[in-house]
Design a protein around this ligand. Structure first.
Ligand SMILES: O=P(O)(O)OC[C@H]1O[C@](O)(CO)[C@@H](O)[C@@H]1O
Ligand SMILES: [Fe+2]
Length: 189
């Protein structure tokens, strides 16, 4: 039997950086078609800000193993919509996931394939259980980076297709200074 080596790392709780992790950067240009207000998107694209960064420690895609990653989701809006992660189902759709809030303010939008959506607010210390089959997207509703940890099966994979096409049935927007979860005009069954 070949055993893998255990690993301990300290997440920098101020910046979200995991030493030795693989870093992924997603700019606004990587999120084309994701925001409802296309005019506001094109306008902000001139600056093309970083929307989020991911620091991931990933294993081979094998049944039984675990990956973990922090995400640093920056504050901002496209029109009324707060900055968010792309969001995805798992390629192995029955794989669950755990999120843990580290810093800042935000939440998670979850959705079944039929379009039943749930919104869960998150702050430092919030644990969110993502059940099998639910798509999940995090949203920064604050004015500082929203940082969280995700722990997920190594063989879960990412299925971005249907969210890239139709989005979620709900949008998280600012209305009169309040965070509101409203129906998405883009959603079709
Ligand atoms: O993969 P997305 O939807 O861009 O969101 C990024 C976050 O979600 C994860 O894919 C885990 O669900 C992590 O890699 C990261 O924390
Ligand atoms: Fe996931």
């Amino acid at each position: 039997m070949e055993y893998k080596n255990p690993l301990g790392v300290d997440i920098d709780l101020e910046t979200g950086v995991i030493p030795g992790a693989k870093k992924l950067v997603r700019r606004l240009s990587d999120l084309k078609g994701y925001f409802v207000d296309e005019k506001a998107y094109e306008e902000l694209l001139k600056e093309n800000p970083v929307v989020y960064e991911v620091y991931a420690i990933e294993q081979e895609e094998k049944d039984g193993d675990l990956n973990f990653a922090t995400t640093v989701l920056y504050p901002g809006k496209v029109g009324r919509e707060f900055f968010f992660t792309k969001g995805h189902y798992h390629s192995k759709a029955d794989r669950a996931e755990i999120y843990y809030g580290i810093k800042g303010k935000g939440g998670m939008l979850l959705q079944t394939p039929e379009g039943r959506a749930e919104w869960i607010e998150m702050g430092p210390g919030t644990v969110v259980y993502v059940p099998p089959y639910w798509a999940h997207r995090t949203v920064n509703t604050g004015d500082e980076p929203f940082i969280f940890l995700a722990i997920y099966p190594a063989d879960a994979g990412h299925d971005y297709g249907s969210i890239a096409e139709k989005g979620f049935s709900k949008l998280v927007v600012e209305e009169n200074g309040e965070v509101m979860v409203v129906d998405s005009p883009k959603w079709k069954e």
